[in-house]
Write a protein that binds this ligand. Structure first.
Ligand code: GLY
Length: 329
């Protein structure tokens, strides 16, 4: 028996476990074996671009976590694809421009003309009407992060599918099981399906993460390009013709040169959404702590979640930041 059991071997559970180990705690991660949303996620660390409809408390948490990422990536001691080249947030149509203008004004980012955008990113389509450069919106490769965390935690990760928390033999239990948290705790977490594509081609076609209303395009240094994502209130795992068509059409409209890239992967994940789409972070009772419901921001929020929840387990982060109590619904 360990002092702390973390239920869930995704990026949130592993990050919490690792923080606890660093702080001297005796931890076991119970990994149900499913590939979590991290396996599909592009890894955009976008506190501005993902915050349009969010509450100020959540925006604050996202910004706090974004600021932690550079040091967090370094601590992992291997290349996890952390790249701070920045993001171009783009508009192709008048409707896009109207939608994005509010967000860009709030972020106080100066509007760039198409020629200025193509100076920064020559592969952009001439159809792009306007955009901004968001230097603080960065990226990381979630698969590399999870692999680094798994390596660090080693034998502390045990393959076990938990069906009921009474089967977990530990005095403190952290439930970080993504969408699976609902069945274990009764908390209102719903799966929100996302289809994501991976392309591969000559490295260097793109320099920045590109974020447009209908699609985002995330280039990795090795020539992989992640194209995402649909957002569907569905529980199935089907890759659909319509989903792939819409993503490819939008990506090629933005960057015509991607037409020559190989389509290497079509994947489906489920974001763990809550009624207000903010995470559930905190104590359920004397034994059980929850860290789930990160919706579109699980990768971004991993470092801050790990620090807060490790502190809570160790009796320090109490009270937690307001607005994320798992008992608020
Ligand atoms: N954060 C991107 C997504 O959820 O699709």
């Amino acid at each position: 028996m360990s002092d702390v059991a973390v239920v869930g071997g995704g990026i949130i559970g592993l990050s919490i476990a690792w923080r606890l180990v660093q702080r001297g705690a005796d931890v076991t991660v119970l990994d149900g074996g499913d590939e979590g949303a991290w396996h599909v996620a592009a890894g955009m660390l976008a506190p501005g671009g993902e915050s349009e409809h969010e509450d100020p408390a959540l925006i604050g948490l996202m910004e706090r976590s974004a600021a932690l990422w550079p040091a967090y990536a370094k601590e992992l001691e291997v290349d996890v694809g952390y790249d701070d080249t920045g993001t171009l947030s783009l508009a192709l149509t008048a409707d896009d421009l109207a939608e994005r203008a509010r967000m860009w004004t709030r972020q106080q980012l100066p509007l760039l003309r198409p020629t200025e955008l193509r100076d920064l990113e020559p592969a952009l389509s001439p159809r792009v009407r306007a955009g901004v450069f968001a230097p603080r919106e960065t990226q990381v490769d979630p698969r590399k992060v999870v692999s680094a965390l798994r390596e660090r935690l080693g034998a502390r990760i045990v393959a076990k599918r938990v069906e009921d928390l009474s089967d977990v033999d530990a005095p403190q239990v952290v439930v970080a099981a993504g969408c699976g948290t609902a069945a274990l705790t009764g908390l209102p977490i719903r799966p929100v399906k996302g289809q994501v594509l991976r392309l591969r081609g000559e490295p260097g076609l793109l320099r920045h993460v590109l974020d447009a209303p209908e699609v985002y395009v995330v280039p990795r240094a090795d020539g992989e390009v992640v194209v995402g994502a649909t957002q569907e209130e569905r529980t199935d795992r089907l890759v659909t013709a319509g989903g792939v068509h819409d993503l490819l059409r939008a990506a090629l409209e933005l960057v015509p040169g991607l037409a020559d890239f190989e389509l290497t992967e079509t994947t489906v994940g489920h974001r763990p959404g809550t009624p207000d789409n903010a995470p559930l972070l905190g104590r359920l009772d004397d034994r059980v702590i929850v860290a789930a419901g990160h919706f579109r921001n699980g990768i971004l929020l991993a470092p801050v979640t790990a620090s807060l929840i490790a502190g809570l387990v160790l009796g320090e982060t109490d009270p937690m930041p307001a607005g994320f109590s798992p008992r608020r619904f």
